[in-house]
Design a protein around this ligand. Structure first.
Ligand SMILES: *Cc1c(COP(=O)(O)O)cnc(C)c1O
Length: 380
């Protein structure tokens, strides 16, 4: 038996009949673009977060682009983001003509470091070539960024705060959604995300009606309320009705799945504490959705080879920080040179994580990892 990294078939098995009937309903009414399921899902996403409104869109990258464009951010503007994230965060900034400024992450939590952020903002402000406009915090691996602190920084420098919650939809800080602090929160329904559909999908959430209206227009070619008129250069970025129908059934079991992921993470922690460089740290008051469960180990690459040879799939997130990648290496970075990002990228490794991890399978994964660690003489 091959151990899966993410077990989508197990989830499908659980809700197969409901998915089939949802899909059949869409085929019957035939409203494939902005059908009733899209609005129903948007309402339920807002209800799930307990704040704001949701606007469906084509993917999590477009969600960030739409939020930035709706805030009138573009050429000449600086947007601060972590380097330790998937490239799409910086890509969204660069594709609208703004400049991503790479900031370090906190060593223990992998989320935006407020000190590194202030250094970067001060440097950009002093140079006067770009206008600081926004901060994108990433809820990496499912954990909320430190929103109470980051929103103070945003207020101090009069910057917009965006939560790139592609991995963290459903995370909480002191029981609250990131949208409680952020001006916009974006998410992705890419199949492998904690809340994924069966294709590409995404959503933007905001608390402001004007921003909502601008995003709805931008996502639909910039159309205006006057028929046939388009008031801005937008995108074709809508969430398919079929994907919304699928997501409605997945959202119904999502809270339960987050709890199961949390139990699996606790179980990993109990077995790995003291045997690795670090098990995942959680900010006080944070609830993670555990998009990834990441350890740091001394000899990461050979650890991965040896554990994979035992039949356990692993992944490194992220071995090459965005600021070191070909398309991004010429963008500015914080004056601190991102030491935590560089360090984490060398030792981090992700283990299989999903809401259907059976205890016997998890024991096999743990045994394989501990065996390799002791062979390597981890020297901890
Ligand atoms: C997946 C991801 C995105 C992009 O989402 P897509 O739906 O694939 O466009 C953006 N940011 C982060 C942090 C992600 O993990």
């Amino acid at each position: 038996m091959q151990i899966p990294f993410i077990d989508l078939p197990a989830q499908q098995e659980r809700i197969r009949e409901k998915l089939n009937s949802r899909i059949a309903q869409v085929l019957a009414h035939g409203r494939y673009i902005l059908g009733p399921e899209v609005g129903e899902l948007e309402n339920q996403l807002a209800q799930f977060e307990g704040i704001g409104v949701a606007i469906g869109c084509a993917n999590g990258t477009d969600a960030i682009i739409l939020a930035l464009k709706a805030m009138n951010i573009g050429p000449g503007d600086a947007v601060f983001c972590p380097s330790f994230t998937y490239a799409a965060t910086a890509e969204a900034i660069a594709i609208i003509g703004a400049t991503p400024i790479f900031v370090d992450v906190d060593r223990a939590f992998y989320t935006l470091c407020a000190n590194s952020l202030e250094l970067a903002i001060e440097q950009v402000a002093a140079q006067k070539t770009l206008t600081p406009r926004a901060i994108i915090a990433v809820d990496l691996f499912g954990q909320p960024a430190n929103y109470p602190v980051l929103s103070e920084t945003a207020q101090k420098y009069e910057l917009k705060l965006i939560s790139d919650c592609a991995q963290g939809f459903g995370c909480r800080f002191d029981g609250k959604s990131p949208l409680h602090w952020a001006d916009a929160m974006t998410t992705s329904f890419f199949p492998a995300k904690p809340l994924g559909c069966y294709g590409d999908g995404g959503a933007v959430m905001v608390r402001d009606e004007e921003l909502e209206a601008r995003i709805r227009s931008l996502a639909f070619h910039g159309r205006s309320t006057v028929p046939n008129d388009h008031m801005s250069i937008g995108l074709n970025s809508r969430l398919d009705t079929l994907q919304a129908a699928i997501l409605l059934e997945k959202l119904a079991i999502f809270e339960d799945e987050i709890a199961a992921r949390g139990r699996a993470a606790d179980y990993y922690n109990r077995h790995f504490d003291g045997h690795v460089l670090s098990t995942p740290g959680l900010i006080d008051g944070a609830r993670s959705t555990w998009a990834q469960y990441c350890l740091e180990v001394p000899d990461r690459d050979s650890f991965m080879d040896a554990v994979k040879a035992e039949g356990v799939p692993l992944a490194a997130y992220y071995p090459l920080p965005t600021h070191a990648q070909t398309a991004y290496k010429f963008f500015p970075i914080s004056p601190d040179h991102l030491p935590n990002t560089v360090a984490a990228s060398k030792t981090i490794v992700a283990l299989p994580m999903h809401g259907y991890l059976q205890p016997d399978v998890q024991d096999k994964i743990i045994t394989a990892c501990l065996k390799v660690l002791s062979k390597q003489g981890a020297g901890l």
